[in-house]
Design a protein around this ligand. Structure first.
Ligand code: ADP
Ligand code: ASP
Ligand code: MG
Length: 409
């Protein structure tokens, strides 16, 4: 008998019919004698719908109020599943983030978990009740509702699994595991039987939304046994595990793409010491995460500085950067949203050379221009035109030998 945390994502609870199927799975696990905690997302599309509503009310919605609004999506699904289970004679109870005691900082819409009390969950488990927990939400020290960033129900599940020392945290979703690339973009992608926390963290941070990156970070830190499975079909999924010796033999484990980036260029920046700090200091103070930075060769003591930021931060960043440009006597500011980042990830890159060169060659053969490059020990990313992303991902997937063979283990 094990203690399991099950998390069902938006598509898995997207209709009443699907909620019935989740109830079937929960009933089955209970029937097998397991103790179970269930974490749910809002119905698919609901969080987006709420965000659109907010923007119809005002251009820059207040972030505290945004969290109040967004947290409602998950309340709907937890109540419906608990009702359904109780209707079947299974003792289940729904709990909000506040009731679970998920305490976060006050960074509304992207709050970080500070601690998880989970007293009521332990109590429920002791009484044989199945707790059905609202994902994605917590409260700050003032008891204001916070949310954990998009995809944050994964984090709720992992954090609860860590707090309860669960035997396994299973993320049920609309694909049957973690693939060498998003199977909806690269049809030749293959399901992996296992992947290291480190590689999954890179993939998730670089755009593979099958797991929220913070949830992977948390799972690695607290050694949470994590698995991704399909909520629609039975069968094997993917285990996220500690790195083992096999993994280094494969140079590239996955290809991923990210469309949620934007590029900002400050044109005609005076090239003198201290300028970079004057540009990036205020941007960091505004909590805008800068990813890649490129400074062009200086001509006549003037240079161009380009950098990428999350697309969602563009409105905030543009007005700020325009102010900075004026302060430092730069000529102008140019902004483009039509970029994307394509990345290769693999722990094998530590021991294999030539990956970057091959990546550039593949992109060049596809006639795709590279605007920016960044590398770390186990990843290489290139910024390219957004319209080329799918083509780039497919070509790289093929060139690095990832196209469909027998599943890699
Ligand atoms: P949920 O609503 O269940 O949380 P998400 O939409 O957040 O589901 O994540 C599942 C999706 O992640 C898949 O439908 C797939 O398109 C996408 N995805 C991106 N990269 C990968 C990958 N490497 N392996 C599997 N799925 C991926
Ligand atoms: N409902 C939230 C979102 O759409 C959280 C989640 O689904 O994990 O981002
Ligand atoms: Mg998700």
């Amino acid at each position: 008998m094990a203690l399991l945390v099950h998390k069902y994502g938006g598509t898995s609870v997207g209709t009443i019919e699907r909620i019935h199927r989740v109830a079937d799975k929960v009933a089955k696990a209970k029937g097998e004698g397991h103790s179970l905690v269930v974490v749910l997302s809002a119905m698919s599309g609901e969080t987006d719908r709420l965000i659109t509503l907010a923007h119809e009310v005002t251009k820059h919605p207040d972030e505290r109020e945004m969290d109040m609004l967004l947290s409602t999506g998950e309340r709907v699904t937890i109540a419906l599943l608990a009702m359904e289970l109780r209707g079947r004679g299974i003792d289940a109870r729904s709990f909000t983030g506040r009731q679970v005691g998920i305490i976060t900082d006050s960074a509304h819409t992207k709050a970080r978990i500070a601690r998880v009390a989970a007293d009521r969950i332990r109590e429920a488990l002791k009484q044989g009740v199945i707790p059905i927990v609202a994902g994605f939400q917590g409260i700050n020290e003032q008891s204001d509702v916070t949310t954990l960033g998009r995809g944050g129900s994964d984090l709720t599940a992992v954090a609860l699994a860590a707090a309860l020392k669960a035997d396994r945290c299973v993320i049920y979703t609309d694909v049957d595991g973690i693939y060498t690339a998003d199977p909806n973009i690269v049809p030749a992608a293959r399901r992996l039987d296992k992947i290291s926390y480190e590689e999954m963290l890179e993939l998730a941070s670089l755009g593979a939304k099958v797991l929220q990156s913070r949830s992977v970070e948390f799972a690695a830190k607290f050694n949470v046994p994590l698995e991704v499975q399909s909520s629609f079909t039975e069968g094997k999924g993917t285990l996220v595990v500690k790195e083992d010796a096999d993994m280094e033999r494969v140079t590239v484990s996955g290809v991923t793409g990210d469309r949620n980036q934007a590029k900002v260029t400050i044109v005609g920046v005076p090239d003198r010491p201290g300028i970079a700090a004057r540009i990036f200091g205020p941007i960091a103070d505004a909590s805008v995460l800068v990813d890649m930075i490129i400074q062009n060769v200086s001509q006549a003591s003037l240079t161009d500085m380009s950098f990428t930021i999350p697309r969602a931060d563009l409105p905030k960043a543009t007005s700020l950067v325009k102010r900075i440009a004026k302060d430092i006597d730069a000529k102008s500011v140019a902004v483009t949203e039509s970029i994307a980042k394509v990345s290769l990830v693999g722990v094998g890159m530590r021991t294999h050379s030539g990956v970057a060169a091959k990546m550039f060659e593949v992109l060049s053969k596809e006639d795709i221009n590279i605007m920016m490059i960044s590398t770390s020990e186990i990843k290489i990313s290139c910024v390219i035109g957004e319209k080329h992303l799918q083509q780039a991902m497919r070509a790289l997937h093929k060139a690095f030998g990832l196209d469909g063979k027998a599943p890699k283990s």
